[in-house]
Design a protein around this ligand. Structure first.
Ligand code: FAD
Ligand code: UDP
Length: 367
């Protein structure tokens, strides 16, 4: 008999959901977390009464009723709707791409006028789009691509739009109505007081060791439990034996300002290439705050150097193929299950991450 049923590497959403469900089934879990706090990338800090999303803007949205019910059992959600604004060389546009954007970009007011212009511009793409550039032009035409997509995307991913997969741009809605909601999902909101409540509830009564890197004593930790749920990067688990998977890093520059309202909206995207950051978040707007001061964060995409945090998997063909090889190695590991954004090398949003964790729970722990 080993000391624990499950060793869970990583205290992000995936690991925490699994730990919580396993505990409900009477399983004994140990969670290891290399950072000095739990929660992974949804962790928040309170600064002068403002909830600061420490690792970038996190807006919860889902069309999955089971997931929505699950998170509402953990915290209360407010009625925040993400309606970011894009700035391009001093011009301001609504996002996602909708009638407000088309009206600002083309000076039109009716859907058929906007459709006519975009139809004409997109005719340069014939056949199935093969990369992000072709996909974007075929969705919204060259002018919007040039002003709102090209610069932002090349900063975000550090490579040419022609070298990126089409699915990345298909995340964004394109609609011919005056609707600035960034998401199409049925439910949306921000946990009142931030995301920490969710993680704290999930990990209630579970042993967590902070500032502990699983890889510092892999064999020793694995001996402690019958099985391991691993939510770190899959290539690091295998000592990069098949090569490094590409991840995009981020640098956050956070500043407190002595003003009440800096940009009037939670997220402003800076879409020209010349501005080095991709977006500025003004955290108080996630919760309609009226504190006298404000906290803003500039988000700079960076190459992942030695020791940098991996934030985004780069799911291009080359890296997906390498991931598949690691996934084969993973299948051969009888007692280790790989999960989450890093363990499965998938561009998961929070709801998809919870959905995947719950589906693993069903398989592993039973109904
Ligand atoms: P993570 O949160 O990355 O957790 C993994 C944990 O494992 C980390 O805490 C890490 O420190 C730990 N770990 C890794 N290796 C080891 C090791 N060797 N030993 C010990 N611990 C280890 N989703 C949305 O739905 N809406 C949004 O608006 C949204 N915005 C985002 C903005 C940004 C900038 C980013 C990066 C992501 C965003 N997401 C958003 C996605 C969301 O963050 C993820 O879906 C979710 O946090 C993934 O949870 P996870 O548990 O898989 O991974
Ligand atoms: N994107 C863009 N311009 C914008 C916002 C997004 O070109 O103003 C593109 C960019 O390639 C980005 C992708 O759309 O990586 C997905 O955007 P999303 O906001 O979903 O990215 P995330 O919040 O996950 O960073």
């Amino acid at each position: 008999m080993k000391q624990y049923d499950y060793l869970i590497v990583g205290s992000g959403l995936f690991g925490a959901v699994f730990a919580c469900e396993a505990k409900k089934k009477g399983k004994k879990c140990l969670v290891l977390e290399k950072r000095d706090h739990v929660g992974g990338n949804i962790y928040c800090e309170n600064v002068e009464g403002i909830t600061v999303h420490k690792y970038g803007a996190h807006i919860f949205h889902t069309s999955n009723r089971q997931v929505w019910n699950y998170v509402n059992g953990l915290c209360e959600f407010n009625n925040f709707i993400n309606s970011p604004v894009a700035k391009y060389k001093g011009e301001v546009y609504n996002l996602p791409f909708n009638m407000n954007t088309f009206s600002q970009m083309f000076g039109v007011s009716e859907p058929c006028e906007a459709m006519g212009i975009i139809e004409k511009q997109r005719s340069e793409i014939t056949g199935e789009p093969e990369n992000l550039e072709e996909q974007a032009i075929s969705l919204v035409g060259r002018e919007i691509y040039t002003k709102l997509i090209k610069g932002y995307t090349e900063k975000q991913w550090g490579r040419d739009c022609k070298e990126l997969p089409t699915f990345i741009i298909k995340r964004l809605p394109v609609r011919y109505t005056y609707d600035n909601n960034y998401f199409n999902d049925r439910w949306q909101g921000i946990p009142v007081g931030g995301y920490n409540t969710i993680i704290e509830k999930l990990l209630e009564g579970i042993e967590v060791r902070l500032s502990t890197d699983f890889l510092s004593d892999r064999e020793g930790f694995l001996k402690l439990a019958e099985k391991c749920i691993y939510t770190g990067t899959i290539d690091s688990f295998f000592d990069y034996s098949l090569g490094h998977l590409a991840y995009r890093g981020l640098r956050f520059e956070t500043e407190m300002l002595d003003c009440e309202n800096y940009q009037g909206v939670a997220v402003v995207n800076y879409t020209e290439r010349e501005v080095p950051f991709t977006r500025i978040i003004e955290h108080k707007h996630f919760e309609f705050g009226n504190q006298p001061k404000t906290v803003i964060t500039r988000e700079y995409p960076v190459d992942l150097g030695e020791g940098g945090e991996p934030y985004y998997p780069v799911n291009d063909e080359k890296n997906n193929a390498l991931y598949e090889k690691y996934a084969d190695l993973a299948k051969a590991q009888k007692n280790v299950i790989f999960g989450g954004r890093l363990g499965q090398y998938k561009y998961y949003d929070m709801d998809k991450c919870i959905e995947a964790a719950l589906s693993l729970c069903e398989k592993e722990l039973g109904e």
